[in-house]
Ligand binder design. Structure first.
Ligand code: SF4
Length: 511
């Protein structure tokens, strides 16, 4: 049983015990926690008879000048000095949650920056509706679309539609978290937490591959680390490199699961005056020089099942240009697999030592491939009760976010807010400080969330005016959960504050 699983088990037991223990009310589990111990989620403890948030409140230091060096202070606690060369941003990491949310959020901070009076409301949101979208840069077939993805044998998501050069997974969501068995919910929660906190997770696709996914790292598929993302489909590869091959070889076939390209037939080859070769591709011809379905998807050449590239060729036609000695290059879309052939007297391709003259062009394909990475985007619905901790009338916050008058961040990282109703946000976990995500055993993920808006807007929306504090006050005296403050260097590409957006005059409001 994993550490997290044990905590899920003890959560229920803990909630029933009272005695000398004190109750944490930061989530619906309502743990009773003994002196010196922590609750089920490990985020709150009983220290001297008070509920204390165990991790420090994270305050990000933004360097004064764009592009100046960023030094990590990860793990260091605030040293008490108010030396600040740049701008500070109080994140929700370590802020705590006020559950249920009729109370104001743990910290409501005012800050004047370049003449703009801003308010930032921070809380650690409990996301019952949440999941991750995972992009895996690979051509390899990881499993059929809609196939179930498992962790520790439990269903945690599915394979979704592939993107250009990448396979995609959709993991988590309320149905896996709370709609299935307890084990399914527990494992889903653990999987999401690890992925969001940039830890490696092993996933198995039904009828497909086993993949180790870690945000910002290369995927490992069936034990093999993926190094390169394909340069493009076979047709795109022909388009990019046809001129490199002109005069060096009579025919080029770029093998790809999506579109296999043939240079002599392709528009790019035609424009360059490439002559017919009488080649025959065993696949479904889409347009000249572009073939679908030369093979089933797999882990061979160009994301196909092919290990012998000649298996996709039919008979060569002498009436259309095939002749003894005709030269042929076959290459995959990453340039990792390649082979050279010449037609013999019977017009059969015979593999020959790879000629030096073609090495540069194959190397060029490899050079143009980007490194293969796993990308993890956290997706959560913030349109629920946590809004009541920000303003008294929750729909005002939704409208302000949708109207771009309120800027939403997760641990200081910019988010993408989906158009339409609610507040459905998406954030790249690589832009969020490490270990910013937590969980509660309901099960749900806990993610830091900050809402920044102009002070006049905040008051107009029904914000908690009497709860507004300064950054200095928060640094000096902290908050309800008695935890220390820690400073960290902000990521250089996470802008603060978003003045360009917030400077604009709100509809019907003062400037
Ligand atoms: S699970 Fe964590 S947040 Fe919830 S009541 Fe227990 S200690 Fe508090």
């Amino acid at each position: 049983m994993s550490e997290l699983s044990e905590r899920f088990e003890t959560a229920e037991a803990g909630a029933k015990q009272v005695g000398e223990k004190i109750r944490c009310d930061a989530c619906p589990v309502m743990c009773y926690i003994a002196e010196g111990r922590t609750g089920a989620c490990d985020r709150y403890g009983n220290v001297g008879g008070r509920i204390v948030r165990c991790d420090p409140l994270t305050i990000l230091e933004h360097t004064a000048e764009a592009g100046s060096a960023v030094v990590s202070f990860a793990g260091e606690e605030w040293d008490g000095e108010l030396v600040n060369t740049g701008r500070r941003f109080v994140t929700a990491i370590g802020a705590g949650t006020t559950y249920p949310d009729y109370k104001p959020a743990p910290f409501i901070i005012s800050q004047e920056v370049e003449g703009v009076d801003l308010v930032t409301v921070v809380t650690e949101g409990i996301f019952s509706y949440c999941g991750v979208k995972v992009k895996i840069d690979t051509d390899r077939h990881i499993g059929p679309e809609t196939a179930t993805v498992r962790a520790q044998g439990e269903a945690v998501g599915h394979v979704t539609t592939g993107e250009y050069g990448s396979q995609m997974l959709s993991l988590g969501g309320v149905h896996h978290l709370t709609g299935g068995s307890k084990a399914e919910g527990r494992v889903t929660c653990e999987t999401l937490l690890d992925l969001c906190n940039r830890k490696p997770v092993e996933l198995a696709v039904d009828g497909g591959a086993t993949i180790i996914v870690e945000a910002g790292k290369a995927p490992i598929i069936d034990g093999q680390m993926e190094h390169r993302m394909r340069v493009g489909c076979g047709s795109a590869t022909i388009g990019m490199f046809a001129t490199q091959w002109r005069g060096l070889v009579d025919e080029v076939v770029v093998v790809d699961d999506h579109i296999t390209g043939v240079v002599s037939e392709h528009q790019a080859g035609k424009v360059l005056g490439w002559e017919d070769t009488g080649i025959k591709i065993l696949g479904r011809r889409s347009t000249p020089g572009r073939y679908f379905k030369v093979s089933e998807p797999g882990v061979g050449w160009g994301g196909t099942t092919i290990s012998d590239p000649l298996s996709i060729l039919g008979d060569w036609n002498p009436k259309k240009g095939a002749r003894p000695g005709l030269s042929l290059l076959m290459v995959s879309t990453t340039g990792e697999q390649f082979a050279y052939f010449e037609l013999d007297d019977d017009l059969k391709p015979v593999e020959k030592p790879f000629p030096e003259r073609l090495r540069k062009s194959v190397g060029l394909i490899e050079d143009n491939c980007e490194p293969a990475l796993c990308t993890v985007l956290f997706v959560g619905g913030a349109g629920g009760s946590l809004r009541a901790g920000v303003v008294e009338n929750p729909v005002n916050l939704t409208r302000s976010v949708q109207g771009l008058n309120t800027y939403v961040t997760v641990g200081g990282a910019p988010t993408y807010i989906w158009p339409g109703g609610g507040i459905t946000l998406m954030v790249d976990v690589m832009r969020v400080p490490e270990n910013a995500f937590g969980y509660v055993p309901t099960p749900a993920l806990v993610a830091p969330i900050e809402f920044t808006l102009r002070r006049d807007d905040y008051l107009r929306l029904g914000g908690y005016a009497s709860e507004i504090r300064t950054v200095e006050d928060i640094v000096a005296s902290g908050g309800e959960y008695l935890n220390p403050r820690a400073q960290k260097a902000a990521a250089a590409d996470n802008p603060w504050p978003p003045l360009q957006q917030l400077r604009r005059v709100p509809p019907g409001g003062a400037s």
